[in-house]
Design a protein around this ligand. Structure first.
Ligand SMILES: Nc1nc2c(ncn2[C@@H]2O[C@H](COP(=O)(O)OP(=O)(O)OP(=O)(O)O)[C@@H](O)[C@H]2O)c(=O)[nH]1
Ligand SMILES: [Mg+2]
Length: 311
């Protein structure tokens, strides 16, 4: 289980890990106690990785407490073990939080609505999910509800072809709620297992766009009262503390069930996942660690923490 997830995530988080572990290796002495300067440097490294000031402070406070009476004989490795434990504790998933990718799904079709700001990685996430479900033997339908940008439909079409999924689409400019309605009807009549609904990028403070999102939700729920089963907010992992703000604000205006963090491979700031877990009562369900179809993983907190601090 851990193997494949771990390798992908470890590769994806290489820059974040290198930035932190290089500092730790440089400031933690072997066989003596940690002094305050070293603790401050560790805190700065955690903040540099975008864990957020409060999270970093909480982590180093505990580190200081734990090391007060304990000599860390193995130096940096011992410190990293403690940091890994602390991060694992913060990011641990709530029970039932993971997105089911195989086996029985909680709805037929299981409807996943994908939302977020422009360029966050929504369409890519929808495409990667389509492939994962198809590979697990599920029949997948995709709904092209980004009718705003003309280029959005062909982009989704390419992903649908890769996953051998059916695509339900309309003319550019069509009402996305109507596309969602038609897509769910098609998914039901074709006996699909999963319906992935890709939407246009939107900002939480644009009232008409948030109304449009509500309308999409209503048109899904009208046919299947449980739908959408998931509303995933896709966040660009390189957008730093901005991602935290987006999560808070989207969560206020729509009912999210979880977060998907993308582009963690391109950044030294993967600690944002830790900040998000600490601040939001929402699980991180997926992480994207590359542009390829297999570069998306269900989130596993223990493996994530290990990938951040493993040597
Ligand atoms: N390196 C990397 N790139 C990614 C990842 N996920 C998405 N991208 C890239 O990010 C860019 C934007 O992705 P899209 O999926 O088009 O984003 P979107 O949210 O659908 O964008 P709009 O529909 O324009 O709002 C593309 O170039 C993707 O290849 C990831 O996990 N890692
Ligand atoms: Mg898109």
């Amino acid at each position: 289980m851990l193997g494949k997830f771990f390798d992908k995530v470890k590769d994806g988080l290489a820059r974040t890990r290198a930035a932190m572990t290089e500092t730790i290796a440089a400031v933690v002495p072997l066989g003596t106690r940690l002094d305050d300067d070293a603790i401050d440097d560790i805190e700065a490294a955690l903040i540099g990785a975008d864990m957020g000031l409060e999270t970093a402070t909480e982590i180093v406070d505990e580190l200081r407490d734990r090391l007060r009476d304990e000599q860390i004989a193995d130096g940096p490795a011992g410190v990293m073990r403690i940091l890994e434990e602390q991060v694992a504790g913060i990011v641990a998933l709530d029970e039932g939080g993971a997105l089911p990718l195989e086996g029985p799904l909680p709805g037929k079709p299981y409807v996943i609505l994908i939302v977020g700001v422009n360029g966050a990685g929504k369409t890519t996430t929808a495409g990667k999910l389509a492939k994962r479900y198809a590979d697990a033997g599920k029949k997948v339908v995709m709904a092209a509800c980004d009718t705003f940008r003309a280029a959005a439909i062909p982009q989704l079409e390419i992903w649908a072809e890769r996953a051998n999924a059916d695509l339900v689409r309309a003319q550019a400019g069509a009402d996305p709620a109507a596309v969602a309605f038609d897509a769910l009807a098609a998914a039901k009549s074709r006996g699909a297992d999963v319906l992935l609904v890709d939407t246009a990028g939107r900002l939480h403070n644009k009232v008409n766009l948030m109304e449009e999102l509500k309308k999409i939700r209503r048109s899904l729920a009208k046919q299947n009262p449980g739908a959408p089963h998931e509303t995933l907010l896709v966040l660009d992992g390189t957008s730093g503390q901005n991602a935290l703000m987006q999560a808070r604000e989207f969560n206020e205006v729509t009912e999210l069930t979880g977060l998907a963090l993308t582009k963690l491979d391109g950044t030294a700031k993967g600690g944002i996942v830790v900040a998000l877990r600490r601040e939001m009562a929402l699980p991180v369900k997926l992480i994207g660690v590359g542009e390829g179809v297999d570069d998306m993983q269900p989130f596993d907190g223990a493996a994530f923490a290990k990938a951040l601090f493993a040597e």
